[in-house]
Design a protein around this ligand. Structure first.
Ligand code: NAD
Length: 492
């Protein structure tokens, strides 16, 4: 049995009232471990530790260059421990070990990039009309950033969120998902192994209430949240009460559009990767595929055939292509959303049930599922499933598919498959989403901005602009002349 406490200022801190909670292994359905259930007392302790590390502790005193080097070292240490981190994550969320390991390894790229950026954060000198005044800006960190993360890519999302905030000079209290809390604590321990001082990264574990206590804490200067739209709305409303800003990375219902002139082998692989990778549990899941009417029947047949061949089973094995979904609740959500789609007139082309996996009778497995004949107002077309469920729809031309693709509250990502270069760029401009992939899907890296349009989020991860979200600008005015100011008239 695995046992974890909160991690505060470099120490394991159990809940003061001794409360714990249990996490499960979705492959077996058995208990994986127990975690301390952090209440307001532990959250307060963690935020105060982070605040002290920021204000009086070593983090604030370090030069940006040294800070950056420590982030880079952290990346190296995480990469060295990638296998162990990935095993923990796979056992907790059921995603493929190979993918979890790749994510733990490439965390290093993020920490190199943002570590390198730490000493390139510069102010400017403003050329004022009034030349006797020297006016310049300082880019200053905010203080303690409260980071709340989901379960689907725990290390990857934690690093994407923490790296720019730390590079900017802030300190952190991280509240990972209750489903996958272990790797966050391991990451914080590895940070100290890399030389990042205790108190810079603190971890509190628990459910929604723990996250709420973090958002409400008066010393938390900014909230970085990745998760569902519903929770994002609730968190933004709470943070708004304190006038604290939020970076929000939320859900999606992303369209993946296949024109008849596309390379259909590439498009087939891209549509499948878009929805069945990670059992559909990615924010960018291409869950609405629009296929040109002239190729609809043959292309959908190809998708169905491939979907039926996906190897489902133990996510720790290299031969497995799809593991279980992460929770029993998610499994039941997949089932109920498909049932509702059918009751609203949809037809299931493949999947639509639990596969029989002999070795794991208690596992949370769901078949790769393709449904069609949905109207645009079918519940499944409007809501994120976060499971391996693809809705396919034919279209006749660009105008029609654009209207269908944009007819959603979400705007996280979109895919376009075509060889027509003019069409590709016209579509890229017209699609209302933070990322558009042309002839590729599910590509993401540290130096290209990522985030949502519309209800899919506020702010951007990755790329230079990510770091500015964790800084505030101070304008300094310095009179160099001897002129005495008229006390009643503003100086301009
Ligand atoms: P979730 O919103 O249920 O939970 C995310 C985190 O927020 C957890 O740590 C949870 O304990 C906490 N939480 C939930 N409600 C809260 C509240 N009211 N106040 C404070 N904390 C709260 O999401 P999930 O099920 O863990 O993850 C799946 C969702 O995350 C999907 O919607 C997916 O699209 C989204 N996601 C988005 C991105 C992105 O980058 N845009 C990436 C991954 C996942």
């Amino acid at each position: 049995m695995n046992t974890y406490s909160n991690y505060v200022a470099g120490k394991d801190v159990p809940a003061a009232d001794g409360r714990t909670f249990t996490a499960f292994n979705p492959t077996t359905g058995g208990v994986w471990g127990t975690f301390a259930l952090a209440g307001p007392t532990e959250v307060d302790r963690a935020v105060k530790a982070a605040s002290e590390a920021f204000r009086t502790g070593p983090w604030g005193a370090l030069s940006p260059t040294r800070r950056g080097r420590l982030l880079m070292k952290w990346g190296e240490v995480i990469a060295e421990h990638a296998d162990r981190i990935a095993t923990i994550e796979t056992e907790q969320n059921g995603k493929l070990f190979a993918e979890m390991r790749a994510q733990a390894r490439i965390a290093q790229d993020w920490l190199y990039y943002f570590g390198g950026l730490a000493d390139k954060i510069e102010g400017t000198v403003i050329p004022l009309d009034r030349q006797s005044i020297l006016n310049y800006t300082l880019r200053e960190p905010l203080g303690v950033v409260g980071v709340i993360t989901p379960w689907n890519s725990p290390t990857f999302i934690a690093i994407m969120s923490l790296a720019p905030a730390l590079a900017a000079g802030n300190t952190i209290v991280l509240k990972p998902s209750e489903i996958t809390s272990a790797s966050a604590i391991e990451l914080a321990r590895l940070a100290e192994l890399a030389g990042i001082p205790p108190g810079v990264i603190n971890v509190v574990t628990g459910f929604r209430e723990t996250g709420e206590a973090l958002v409400d804490h008066p010393l938390v200067a900014k909230v970085s949240f990745t998760g569902s739209v519903g929770a994002g709305r609730a968190i933004a409303a709470r943070a708004g009460q304190r006038l604290v800003s939020c970076m929000l990375e939320l859900g999606g219902k992303s369209p993946n559009i296949v024109f008849d002139d596309a390379n259909l082998d590439q498009a087939e692989a891209g549509v499948l990767a878009g929805i069945f990778a990670a059992a559909g549990q990615t924010c960018v899941a291409g869950s609405r595929a629009y296929i040109h009417e002239s190729i609809y029947d043959t292309f959908v047949d190809r998708l169905v055939r491939r979907a039926q061949q996906i190897t489902i089973g133990d996510p720790l094995l290299a031969t497995t292509q799809m593991g279980p979904v992460a929770t029993k609740m998610q499994l039941e959500k997949d089932e109920s959303m498909v049932a509702r789609a059918v009751s609203e007139g949809a037809k299931v082309l493949c999947g639509g049930g639990r596969p029989a996996i002999a070795e794991f009778p208690g596992g949370y497995f769901y078949q790769p599922t393709i449904v069609h004949q949905l109207t645009k107002d079918n519940f499944l077309m409007r809501n994120e499933v976060f499971g391996p469920v693809l809705a396919v729809t034919p279209f006749k031309d660009e105008a029609e598919v654009l209207a269908l693709a944009n007819d959603t509250e979400f705007g996280l990502a979109a895919g376009v498959w075509t060889h027509d270069i003019r069409r590709a760029h016209k579509m890229a401009r017209a699609l209302e989403s933070g990322t558009v992939w042309v002839n590729t899907y599910r590509a993401l890296t540290f130096n290209s901005p990522f985030g949502g349009y519309k209800a899919s989020g506020i702010g951007r991860q990755n790329g230079i602009e990510a770091v500015y979200q964790y800084l505030q600008t101070k304008s300094v005015w310095c009179e160099l002349g001897d002129e005495v100011q008229d006390p009643f008239i503003m100086k301009v």
